[in-house]
Design a protein. Structure first.
Lengths: 180, 246
């Protein structure tokens, strides 16, 4: 059987969980290149308009998802497909952690100017962030960082794909004047 | 200047300050602390008059602003040092505002990305495969037959511990009197002999058999029935009057 065919079947079975390159390579006992080229072919095939699902890779995990164009119909079919929204406060907290990880709660609060205790707990409950050891600062506070679930939720392959942070003030007078 | 209040949700004092700076067209890089403080205070006052709760963070930032303002109003003796201090405080606040603004802007971008992702929906792992995963995700079994025996003994012990509870739960306590009434009813529509086994056919437990046997003894005592035992050790129940009749 063709590698591409098997991969399609396996990815279908795995659904939400998805597969990593290592899992696919190990299962098919073939070279990374072969798996990669099969995935490229699969992706091209499913990207065509004739298909309602597409192959994604967020945070190193490949999976099939329904296309965005299907969403309005899914909403209709399931009557109440509510988006699990994140508040502005949650977005800010996540952004700070994503760009500055690992980071302590106090450091996040310093930037946001508000207490973030509850927010951090909420985000942890949604597995978007996790504790990653402790800082050497007094009191040994917890450090936080983002999780693979965060990568998935924000369509990111790696942290490099994060949108660029707006430039800091020090980086050139001309820009400053443009901004103002 | 009249302060127009718009009920807007701010994410904190820094967010509010950024809003005020934009509203009043202040220059973030040459921040007029005076205007900012006045506006900030006016906003908090308006919130208070609307009986909105003001989070403590807003007040602590306000304290900073007021401190800065009051320091400036005081007559300066050492001009150089105090000016340096003022610059420093203002600079610090501007830095914080800028940094906050950066994250605020980027979080809007992330928010869009998050919404895009929500439009793509996956489906859960196939049921069959999830079963395989559970089975194979158990730790590899290591040990010798003795471990197995030990484990089995543990299971038995747990079972034994559970048993009294279970039986107590299922026993339907049937009193002797109730059973006798039941048996009399059955004997009413019966003529001739009935084996004890048959009488016990509706018994669901040993307890009930014993109650039935006691009931038989009771009925014999009341002379409602008599009994015989044949060579196969079968107890036969005979209705009293029919025995007399035969």
């Amino acid at each position: 059987m063709e590698v591409k065919t098997v991969l399609e079947g396996l990815l279908f079975l795995c659904g939400d969980e998805g597969l990593t390159m290592e899992q696919m390579q190990g299962t098919l006992e073939t070279s990374r290149e072969e798996v990669e080229s099969a995935l490229v072919q699969l992706k091209e095939e499913y990207d065509k308009e004739t298909h309602g699902i597409e192959l994604t890779r967020f945070g190193g995990i490949y999976k099939f998802v329904s296309k965005a164009t299907v969403y309005p119909y899914a909403e209709k079919l399931f009557a109440s497909t509510k988006m699990a929204s994140l508040s502005q406060a949650a977005m800010e907290t996540l952004a700070i952690i994503a760009y500055k990880q690992p980071i302590t709660r106090a450091e996040i609060e310093e930037i946001r100017g508000v207490g973030c205790d509850m927010m951090i707990r909420k985000l942890m409950a949604r597995s978007l962030i996790k504790e990653s050891g402790r800082s050497d600062a007094p009191g040994k506070p917890f450090l936080y960082e983002i999780t693979p679930e965060f990568m998935d939720a924000f369509k990111l392959e790696s942290l490099k794909e994060l949108p660029e942070l707006p430039k800091e003030e020090e980086q050139g007078e001309e820009e400053l004047f443009d901004e103002v | 200047m009249a302060f127009q209040i718009t009920i807007e949700q701010f994410e904190g004092p820094l967010d509010l300050m950024l809003h005020l700076i934009k509203e009043n067209k202040l220059d973030l890089f040459d921040l007029d602390m005076n205007v900012l403080t006045t506006q900030y205070l006016a906003y908090l006052d308006a919130m208070e008059s609307l009986h909105l709760e003001i989070a403590s963070e807003y007040l602590s930032e306000l304290a900073g602003l007021i401190e800065y303002k009051s320091k400036k109003l005081l007559p300066r003796e050492k001009v150089e040092i105090s000016e340096e201090y003022e610059e420093d405080q203002r600079e610090k606040l501007v830095q914080r505002l800028l940094e906050y603004q950066r994250f605020k802007e980027v979080s809007a971008l992330l928010s869009r990305q998050y919404e895009d992702r929500q439009m793509l929906m996956g489906k859960p792992l196939s049921e069959e495969t999830s079963k395989w995963i559970e089975a194979s995700s158990e730790l590899p079994l290591a040990g010798n037959p003795y471990d197995l025996i030990k484990a089995m003994q543990k299971v038995m012990r747990r079972q034994a511990l559970l048993k009294p509870y279970e039986t107590r739960m299922t026993i339907k306590e049937l009193s002797l009197d109730e059973r006798v009434v039941q048996m009399r009813k059955r004997l009413d529509g019966w003529s001739g002999k009935m084996s004890f086994e048959e009488l016990c056919s509706d018994c669901t437990s040993l307890h009930m058999v014993i109650v039935t046997f006691l009931g038989v003894l009771d009925l014999i005592k009341l002379k409602a029935i008599t009994y015989t035992i044949d060579e196969d050790d079968v107890i036969w129940i005979i209705k009293g009057d029919e025995y007399h009749g035969s």
